[in-house]
Design a protein around this ligand. Structure first.
Ligand code: HEC
Length: 108
């Protein structure tokens, strides 16, 4: 069982390292997972990917720690509305996932 988990994590890390473009995000996924024991590493990575996929087409990716939770709660719906206007669909579940990733790593 341990072996399977190890292989699983290795694959996730390999994929994450491969697909992640150099960005300004300094937070590592492992730190993130420690902060949120209820979320699996895979879940956090999925949210991080959504964030990177949808939040850097118009401007540089903002550092999650650049804003407080309160600010992210205001900014993300505004940005999601802008993305949807551009014809790319970010549904409420995706918006929630991006927001939770940002809040997890926000300015405390
Ligand atoms: C359709 C283009 C577009 C996309 C996609 C986009 N943004 Fe923005 N973003 C903007 C524009 C334009 C501004 C500056 C004007 C403004 O603040 O409304 C901005 C500003 C910002 C700011 C600074 C705003 C402030 O009030 O300090 C942050 C942070 C931000 N975006 C985060 C995000 C996040 C997170 C996402 C993904 C959910 C995202 N952006 C996706 C266009 C976009």
């Amino acid at each position: 069982m341990k072996k399977i988990i190890l292989i699983f994590l290795t694959v996730i890390l390999a994929v994450a390292c491969h697909t992640t473009k150099p960005s300004k995000i300094l937070v590592t996924t492992v730190e993130t997972a420690k902060d949120l024991p209820t979320d699996s590493l895979a879940a956090v990575n999925r949210k991080k990917n959504l964030y990177e996929q949808h939040c850097m087409s118009c401007h540089d990716l903002a550092k999650p720690s650049s804003e407080t939770e309160r600010e992210w709660r205001k900014i993300v719906p505004r940005m999601a509305a802008m993305i949807n206007k551009n014809g790319i669909v970010v549904d409420s579940k995706m918006e929630e996932d991006i927001l939770s990733y940002l809040i997890l790593n926000c300015k405390k």
